[in-house]
Design a protein around this ligand. Structure first.
Ligand SMILES: [Zn+2]
Length: 281
């Protein structure tokens, strides 16, 4: 990995050189869409033309493998990845490869789940975010698909890297950002693998959602003052009696669009305010 500090020092110089190049060669090149917004699919030459001269923002989806009622175990990966792809053009961003392994909490006893320790995750994600900074991105947006202890680690690491390398970082948790949309679309609160997450995942991979395997008894809410391990239900309602999945295709489509719109609004506004204040420019 290149040294981020050295690379960042040349940030402004490289951006200026690219602007000069664009001015000399005409506006055609700079107006062109990138051939892809997936970092996985870009070659180094096109990447160098794009970042940071034409693209300053990267979206990094993070998730984990964990039981989700009758949704895929990788729902926390599938959801933020689809979200990042849906938002990339609007935000003029690239999409970094998804970090599919994460800090699964007390659902890790369910079959097919996978847990990385917080210590290993923290060290690894720090190197990933630092690497994105070193590659010239100014705005590093984590599209997180999995909550619990992982969110705390991401918040801590993103701020630390931002401060150290003078880049702007934003960690987003879509289910919290879209909480009012959940109430609006479903008329009640949501849950882990509940109405909200089921709808979002159903909009992406409808064939991987299995209402035929569903029983309402698969869902329960935490009881204040009682902490079981393992948690006994793979659908965890935010509030008792609310948030059961509906498996309604129309609601799924509506919810998917509205959540993406909200996520785009929040990210766009944060970048606008960073720019307005001239931070780290
Ligand atoms: Zn989930």
């Amino acid at each position: 990995m290149a040294c981020p500090a050295a690379s960042l020092l040349t940030h402004a110089a490289r951006a200026f050189a690219a602007l000069l190049f664009a001015a000399v060669t005409g506006l055609h090149a700079s107006a062109q869409e990138p051939t892809t917004r997936e970092m996985n699919l870009l070659g180094w030459q096109e990447f160098a033309e794009l970042v940071p001269a034409r693209i300053e923002t990267v979206l990094l989806p993070t998730g984990t493998l964990e039981a989700h009622g009758v949704l895929p175990n990788g729902s926390d990966n599938v959801a933020p990845e689809a979200m990042a792809r849906a938002l990339a053009a609007r935000l003029n961003a690239l999409v970094a490869p998804t970090l599919n392994y994460g800090v699964t909490g007390d659902l890790d006893a369910f079959p097919g789940t996978f847990r990385v320790s917080e210590a290993a995750y923290e060290a690894f994600i720090e190197d990933v975010i630092t690497g994105l900074a070193g590659n010239g991105f100014l705005n590093i947006v984590v599209i997180n698909g999995h909550g619990g202890p992982q969110t705390a680690v991401l918040n801590r690491v993103a701020a630390r890297v931002g401060r150290e390398y003078r880049v702007r970082t934003l960690v987003t948790n879509w289910w919290t950002l879209a909480s009012d949309i959940t109430f609006d679309v479903f008329g009640e609160d949501g849950g882990h693998a509940g109405n909200n997450e089921s709808a979002y995942v159903q909009a992406i991979v409808p064939d991987r959602v299995h209402p035929d395997r569903y029983e309402p008894d698969m869902a329960s809410a935490s009881v204040a003052g009682a902490t079981p391990y393992p948690f006994p239900s793979s659908i965890i309602l935010y509030q008792a009696g609310q948030g059961y999945p509906t498996f309604d295709a129309e609601q799924a489509r509506t919810y998917f669009e509205r959540v993406n719109q909200r996520m785009g609004d929040v990210i766009e506004e944060t970048i606008r305010l960073w720019d307005l204040a001239g931070l780290f420019r």
